[in-house]
Write a protein that binds this ligand. Structure first.
Ligand code: SAH
Length: 372
């Protein structure tokens, strides 16, 4: 809801909010993602300009960590014109992002411009804010969506003896102000459109908005070049009932006090892959602990430990490493998934002249990072 929805009213990411995310746990997370973009930019022949587009940037911490890496590698990026584009619906969070990334050097844009706000990062990179990814200007772009797709609304379906029925929200006739789940008495347009014919599960959650956004990203990458990195908790088309609410870091009944809790459903990566419609290649999902290991998190941790003098900082580093990597914590349930132009993985003329070209460098994260 644009007026009463959780992200427009509350949007509590971070320790003092309703849920905590990887970039809020450790700076290493964002740094490794920054290196992923540099590594892909190099593998794609160092184009002289790119847009970094983040969907749902939360408090802006992840982007801050990525931009710090870009600054440290300024000599590598020196001939590249970089701009940052943030897709954010929450007025409150866009304010927090502006403070974090620009130190509040922002100005609202006139209504007729596609960006609603613009500013300059501390290192001089232009930053623009939009409400919809469609408003981001076309061009060579790297996209990032971390814990974004899980926040978008889903449809829920239940297989019954009479066929698929949609799970709907109704007002409980017995209890005032209480919502309840009901099954649609007959098929709804959504049951007809969103259930895949080959579906074997008995309960399915579908996020058509995620599908539409992935279609757009895939079309843009096919046309203008770039890549998309999606990280979220999710599964590859196997899980069923994952819709949950979180408030003050505790599970919260999704039907009680709507608009006051973070509502989330695991991302179905098999659905996202289908929605890319072959316009791009896809990689993953791969578990967060494997992705971060491939990106060199162990080496990074060692360097930070060596450079930190006090015990408290070292303990904090080890604790946050464990949060990100432990399979029982975030290591296994979070996944990384990428959209890449086909030519990034296969030479277009490979079939004709297989020996004529040098091999394409492997995609970092999904393979070990090769630092040259
Ligand atoms: N990526 C951040 C925050 C994740 S929370 C992190 O990992 O810490 C989800 C983010 O998506 C918030 O910034 C929220 O305001 C934003 N968001 C939710 N629905 C959105 C929508 N429909 N369009 C754009 N942004 C949205």
């Amino acid at each position: 809801s644009p007026s009463q929805g959780y992200y427009t009213r509350r949007g509590g990411v971070g320790e003092s909010g309703d849920f905590i995310t990887s970039p809020e746990i450790s700076q290493v997370f964002g740094e490794l993602i920054g290196i992923w973009y540099i590594s892909e930019w190099m593998a794609m022949g160092k184009p002289n300009t790119f847009q970094l587009v983040e969907l749902g940037p939360g408090r802006g911490t992840l982007m801050e960590d990525i931009l710090r890496v870009f600054k440290q590698l300024a000599s590598v990026l020196s001939k590249c014109d970089v701009s940052v584009h943030l897709v954010e619906v929450s007025p409150k969070l866009s304010e927090i992002q502006a403070v974090m990334l620009t130190g509040r050097k922002v100005q609202p844009n006139p209504e007729d411009e596609s960006a609603y706000m613009k500013g300059i990062s501390k290192a001089g990179i232009p930053i623009f804010w939009y409400r919809d990814v469609q408003d981001v200007p076309p061009g060579y772009s790297f996209y990032l969506a971390h814990e974004f797709f899980d926040a978008l609304p889903i449809h829920k379906f239940q297989r019954t003896e009479r066929g698929w029925r949609e799970v709907l929200v109704d007002i409980d006739p017995e209890v005032p102000d209480q919502l309840r789940f009901v099954l649609s008495p007959s098929r709804t347009p959504a049951t007809q459109n969103f259930i895949q014919p080959e579906e074997t599960r008995d309960h399915v959650e579908v996020c058509p908005e995620a599908g539409v956004i992935v279609q757009r990203l895939a079309s843009r990458i096919e046309k203008d070049g770039g890549a998309a990195l999606v990280a979220d908790y999710g599964h590859d088309g196997t899980k069923t009932d994952t819709f949950r609410g979180f408030r003050n870091h505790k599970l919260h009944d999704v039907l009680s006090a709507p608009g006051t809790a973070d509502l989330t459903a695991d991302v179905d990566f098999s659905y996202l892959r289908k929605m890319a419609e072959g316009k791009t290649a896809t990689l993953g999902p791969i578990k967060q602990r494997e992705f971060l290991k491939n990106m060199g998190i162990d080496l990074r941790l060692q360097v930070l430990l060596q450079n930190s003098g006090d015990t408290a900082t070292r303990e904090q580093l080890l604790h946050s490493y464990d949060m990100l990597m432990n399979p029982e914590k975030m290591g296994d349930c979070f996944n990384f998934f990428a959209l890449l132009p086909h030519q990034r993985l296969v030479h277009p003329d490979k079939k004709d002249k297989p020996a004529s070209k040098s091999p394409l460098p492997p995609v970092a994260g999904f393979n070990e990072l090769l630092l040259k």
